[in-house]
Design a protein around this ligand. Structure first.
Ligand SMILES: Nc1ncnc2c1ncn2[C@@H]1O[C@H](COP(=O)(O)OP(=O)(O)OP(=O)(O)O)[C@@H](O)[C@H]1O
Length: 238
């Protein structure tokens, strides 16, 4: 039996002078694995901000299931991160535990073990003391995945997790993402690689300022829908 974990009811999101995504209605089911796709400017990141509660809907409502409230974790676009901030990889990852630990408390032995385990899982066991500004793009993305592990969230939202990441790192991180999903977590990822979506993501939400399709990936990513999405975001390409 499926149960909704996030429900959107006629949601429009945007800013005072501009609606970026309008009238989104639908449900992310518990344990689902959904790719959020669409041309540049389609409103994918805006929807992510809405799902995270960072941006309030201009219209409509977003409802989280009672037992996931506060347990939604996000992997931001790497470009949104201030790489000049003088923080170590260890501390960046440990920040994922702040709900359990609190901002200013010392990390317990159990949390330390979790950080170390997360660093090992993403292949950064020896990188804990490095300042994040010295990491390559792929290494930084691995560190952000490790931080996501520390959140231990039921719902994971990832904004372009494989942008500017090499094939080897993408494969490692994809395996992690699938492992989280097989543990029953709900995963939503903004992606541009439609071949990857078709082969690895059972559900897709195709956006172009509005919902063009939402459901089984093979029924959403049809040539007609993709053409329509491009037409709606004229001038941009998938
Ligand atoms: N802070 C903001 N103020 C006003 N408009 C914004 C703001 N952020 C984004 N927009 C606009 O909202 C629209 C949707 O942007 P968004 O970043 O959600 O698209 P996207 O689908 O994630 O695009 P991309 O694939 O290029 O990352 C764009 O036209 C963008 O210019």
């Amino acid at each position: 039996m499926t149960s909704p974990v996030i429900e959107l009811d006629h949601v429009s999101l945007g800013w005072r002078d501009r609606i970026a995504v309008r009238d989104v209605t639908g449900t992310f089911e518990r344990g689902s694995l959904t790719a959020l796709v669409g041309p540049n400017g389609a409103g994918k990141s805006t929807l992510v901000k809405g799902l995270m509660g960072v941006l309030s809907p201009v219209r409509g409502t977003i409802r989280l299931a009672a037992n996931v409230d506060g347990k939604v974790a996000c992997l931001p676009q790497v470009g949104d991160l201030d790489k000049t901030f003088p923080i170590t990889v260890y501390d960046l990852v440990a920040m994922g535990a702040w709900r359990r630990v609190g901002w200013w408390r010392r990390v317990s032995t159990a949390e330390h073990d979790r950080v170390q385990h997360a660093l090992e899982t993403v292949g950064l066991a020896d990188f804990g003391r490095r300042i994040i500004g010295t990491l390559s793009g792929g290494q930084l993305q691995r560190a952000l995945f490790a931080r996501l592990m520390l959140h231990d969230a039921q719902v994971l939202i990832l904004d372009e997790p494989f942008a500017a990441v090499d094939t080897h790192t993408t494969e490692d991180l994809l395996a992690l993402l699938h492992q989280w999903n097989t543990e029953g977590r709900t995963v939503i990822a903004v992606l541009h690689d439609l071949d990857m979506v078709r082969s690895l993501f059972p559900k897709a939400l195709l956006l172009a300022g509005q919902v063009v399709g939402w459901g089984d990936t093979n029924q959403v990513l049809t040539p007609e829908n993709l053409h329509f999405a491009r037409h709606l975001c004229a001038g941009d390409y998938l």
